[in-house]
Structures are given as structure tokens and as C-alpha cells.
Design a binder for this molecule. Structure first.
Ligand SMILES: N[C@@H](CCC(=O)N[C@@H](CS)C(=O)NCC(=O)O)C(=O)O
Length: 282
């Protein structure tokens, strides 16, 4: 049994509610926050749940404010949960110094290197503690979970699903960091959170995991062609190549002229919600 999360704010939206919560996380050893959209159907019955992991510099708020996902979630009866992207205010020196590491940049790993190891445990938080908390305190069907995300959160969604195919019945991503062992953002974060041996980074790299994962359902990825991070940081072709190698079904759509922003996400969010609904709402 976990303590009920504390409600911070409540907003009616498309007949349901967007609520913001704070709670004490055992996994991250301190306060964590998340946002949750409860569709109108959740007043009457348990509904499937779709987790969204945000990217660098985001909080639990960006997705709820900018993606425009609630209308479709209300139509299909999907709960949406968006956690913060890292612990905050931990007192760790340097936590706020960089926008691509530390606060706002937890990279969905369980850090093994101090001083991060005791607090920055976003992988276990997202895969275990948060779903357990949601299942206990909100009307969800825990056997019907999907996950998606953007950029760093697209990386997070892919690794969570590939490592836990039974838990996540569907996965998709917007502009994911698809091969973090090979890009500067990933190398910086993994070196600091996991240590300098790239072997220890492998369980957190979607392009490596897919080679051994056996995620037997299709994966959807949208990627804007005008994304300034595409060639140096995101590397979707590396993931695509790995999927081809093992016969993993992947729909990778290059969207002409779209950049890395939430305008891009908002444009294609309906496709992603429908994609998850097809897997979760049967
Ligand atoms: N350094 C810039 C770029 C970081 C960036 O593009 N972050 C993406 C995720 S990787 C994002 O979602 N930013 C927040 C937003 O657009 O609401 C910033 O701090 O916003």
C-alpha cells in the first residue's frame, strides 16, 4: 500500500480532468510530480492507461499543456499519465547547471554513480513505482498499459517497452533519441549516471535492446525532417536498421518540414492516440 498522492491542481478538460499531483517516491528517495488526465469514462469504469515521457528541460506539465492529447483520450477512454523528467531539488551540487543533464534530464535510467545514484532512478520509477501508485489510486486497468514519449522521453518509452514487453502492450515515439550510446546527449548522460564503461549503457539503448528484445508488436515513430537534432542526436536510422536486422515491425515516418517542437507533436498526436487505442481499448 502506498500513500495517496497529494493533489496540487485540478482542471476540467473534455469532460474529464487534468490533475497535477505530488508524492513521496521511495524509488527516487524524495518528492516526485506527475500529471494525469482522467477521461470521462473513468468516472464509471476502469480504463486503459497510456504513459507519456517528456524530453529534455520538460516537467510533468509540457505534454498536458501543449500536445492536445486530451480530446482524443476522452473519445477513446484512455487515462494519460505524464511524470516529471527527473527528481528535483535534491541538493546534489550541479543538478541545475546543465539543461541536458541533471534536473529535467533524468534520461529514464537508474543511476549507479554517486551522487546521482540515490535519487536519479527514473527507470525504476517509471516502470515500477509510478504504475503501482496509479493502479492503486486511480481507476485503471493495469493489464492495459501503453507508453510513448518525445526525444529523451521517446528513448525512455522505447527502452521501457523493449525491456518489459508484457507490461507495455503498445509503444510509440516522437523524435526519440534512438541510439543514445552513439550520440553526444546520451554519452554525456550515461557517462555521468552509469559510468564510463559503454557496456553498462547497453540496457538503456533502444537500438541495442531491440536486437535481443522480442517485442512482437509493431512500433510507431514520427520524426520531423527539419528537426535540428536529427542528425547528431536522434539517429532513427540506427534503430530502423536494428529493427530490420531482427524483423521487428517498425513504422518510421519522416514528416516533411516539421521540427522538434510540441507543434510537431500536436500535429501527429491523434495518430499516436489512435494507434495506442487500437492496442489497448479492445
Ligand atoms: N534548450 C532548449 C531545447 C530543449 C528542447 O528542445 N527540449 C524539448 C525536448 S528535447 C522540449 O520538449 N522542450 C520543451 C517544450 O518545447 O515545451 C530548451 O531548454 O527548451
Amino acid at each position: 500500500m502506498s500513500t495517496a498522492p497529494n493533489l496540487i491542481s485540478k482542471n476540467k478538460c473534455f469532460g474529464g480532468t487534468v490533475n497535477f499531483y505530488q508524492h513521496q517516491s521511495q524509488t527516487c528517495n524524495g518528492e516526485m510530480r506527475f500529471a494525469i488526465y482522467q477521461p470521462p469514462q473513468a468516472k464509471l469504469e476502469r480504463v486503459p492507461v497510456l504513459y507519456f515521457l517528456s524530453g529534455l528541460s520538460c516537467t510533468e506539465e509540457n505534454f498536458m499543456v501543449k500536445a492536445g492529447a486530451q480530446q482524443l483520450a476522452a473519445e477513446y477512454g484512455l487515462m494519460l499519465v505524464a511524470p516529471d523528467t527527473s527528481p528535483r531539488n535534491t541538493g546534489i551540487v550541479g543538478e541545475e547547471d546543465d539543461w541536458d543533464f541533471g534536473a529535467g534530464a533524468g534520461f529514464y535510467v537508474d543511476a549507479t554513480v554517486e551522487p546521482w545514484a540515490s535519487r536519479y532512478r527514473m527507470y525504476s520509477y517509471v516502470v515500477h513505482e509510478l504504475p503501482d501508485l496509479i493502479a492503486e489510486h486511480f481507476p485503471v486497468q493495469p493489464d492495459k498499459q501503453g507508453i510513448f514519449g518525445h526525444s529523451m522521453g521517446g528513448h525512455g518509452a522505447l527502452i521501457c517497452a523493449l525491456r518489459n514487453p508484457e507490461q507495455y502492450k503498445s509503444v510509440s515515439a516522437f523524435a526519440p533519441i534512438a541510439a543514445p550510446r552513439r550520440c553526444p546527449w546520451g554519452q554525456k548522460a550515461f557517462t555521468n549516471y552509469l559510468g564510463s564503461d559503454p557496456e553498462s549503457w547497453r540496457p538503456y539503448d533502444a537500438s541495442e535492446l531491440v536486437l535481443i528484445a522480442g517485442y512482437n508488436r509493431p512500433i510507431l515513430i514520427d520524426q520531423g525532417t527539419a528537426d535540428p537534432f536529427l542528425e547528431e542526436q536522434l539517429l532513427p536510422e540506427v534503430f530502423q536498421q536494428a529493427c530490420e536486422t531482427v524483423g521487428q515491425p517498425l513504422t518510421l515516418r519522416f514528416q516533411e518540414g516539421y521540427n522538434h517542437s510540441y507543434y510537431f507533436i500536436a500535429t501527429f498526436i491523434a495518430d499516436h492516440i489512435r494507434y495506442h487505442a487500437a492496442a489497448l481499448c479492445s
